[in-house]
Ligand binder design. Structure first.
Ligand SMILES: Nc1ncnc2c1ncn2[C@@H]1O[C@H](COP(=O)(O)OP(=O)(O)OP(=O)(O)O)[C@@H](O)[C@H]1O
Ligand SMILES: [Mg+2]
Length: 325
């Protein structure tokens, strides 16, 4: 898997694209980069949200200071608090020394809150306080500390929908979301695929010391026709395997293999996978399913908007999806 550090020094203007949607996203990013406005990055898994957050920092006035990344998923509330705000020696069993938290480390730099949708409501309340007032205390201390960290957050989940379901605090979303940057899926920026494929082939070949510079037209067509539910991350993996398998100087069709089993969890992704597998299915149900999939694509997987465009309620859409699954 490509490591983010290959891209770690990139600035926004070094990210190029031919896609209208991606150019729109990059233009917004370039405008907001040099301000302290909190940025909320959304988009499907593997689209490059983390990379964009790093590029925002690199293009900001804070670039000489730290980019501190924090993944909020899978941490208990106490652990999350200790990671974010730090703790004093003896604050809890196992706290053998004083530790500074991410907010403190990101002072005058950027604090990147990744996978924010996965935070518990309790954790959200604590983060809200810290973001709102720039003030926090280390666990085990009463002393109020201050941090001037610029906040960038990201998730592949639909936070607006989670707010509706009361699983995410609306006030926190508003606080984090000074500006939304939507990173389009690869399906929405197909015009970029040839350049991204060529670049990945070059990079993978280089890292494996192989002399591969091109693709057979059938291999290229196969890559172009794929739906890429895992986006850039999936593309990188598929090309890496293709480069590994190829014994010639060009990638052959049989070297390109897709993984249909492991994709992200959203119902719409399952839906799209089903569409791929059932390409020969001519039934009315299949046509309805394809249409719903297209509308999900159009709305960037926003269920409320999708239901509205389809002219049905969210619960009807849910029921229909259950029926068609
Ligand atoms: N412009 C690009 N060209 C090629 N590869 C890229 C590009 N942007 C990102 N990648 C690669 O795609 C992978 C996913 O990128 P990243 O981690 O930024 O996605 P993400 O949207 O944050 O995913 P997730 O939602 O799972 O956190 C990384 O391995 C990264 O190196
Ligand atoms: Mg990420």
């Amino acid at each position: 898997m490509a490591k983010l550090d290959q891209y770690i020094n990139l600035q926004i203007d070094e990210l190029t694209s031919k896609s209208k949607k991606m150019l729109h996203c990059l233009a917004r990013a370039a405008k907001v980069a040099r301000t302290d406005i909190p940025v909320f990055i959304c988009g499907e898994t593997g689209t490059g949200k983390t990379l964009l957050a790093q590029a925002l920092h690199n293009s900001s006035l804070r670039k000489a200071n730290d980019f501190v990344s924090f993944n909020a998923s899978a941490l208990s509330e106490t652990l999350l608090e200790s990671h974010l705000f730090g703790h004093e020696k003896g604050a809890f069993t196992g706290a053998v020394s004083q530790v500074r938290g991410k907010f403190e480390l990101a002072d005058e730099g950027t604090l990147f809150l990744d996978e924010v949708a996965d935070m518990s409501l309790g954790a959200q309340a604590k983060i809200l306080r810290a973001i709102e007032y720039g003030e926090f205390t280390r666990l085990g201390s009463e002393k109020i500390l201050q941090s001037d960290a610029r906040i960038i957050s990201a998730t592949h989940k639909n936070l607006f929908e989670l707010c509706e379901e009361e699983k995410f605090r609306e006030d926190l979303l508003h606080r984090m979301n000074g500006l939304t940057l939507y990173v389009p899926s690869l399906r929405e920026r197909r015009e970029d695929l040839p350049a991204i494929i060529a670049n990945e082939v070059r990079r993978c070949a280089q890292s494996m010391n192989k002399d591969i510079h091109s693709l057979h037209p059938e291999a290229f067509d196969k890559l172009m026709a794929h739906r890429w539910p895992g986006n850039l991350r999936e593309l990188h993996r598929v090309i890496q395997v293709a480069v590994l398998f190829t014994d010639e100087d060009a990638i052959r069709e049989e070297d390109v293999e897709f993984d249909h089993q492991v994709h992200s969890t959203g119902i719409q992704t399952r839906l799209l996978t089903k569409i791929e597998l059932d390409e020969e299915d001519m039934s009315l149900d299949s046509a309805v399913l394809k249409h719903i999939g297209k509308v999900f694509d159009f709305t960037g997987n926003n269920k409320s908007k999708t239901a509205k465009l389809l002219g049905v309620s969210r619960s009807t859409l849910d029921r229909k999806l259950e029926e068609l699954k």
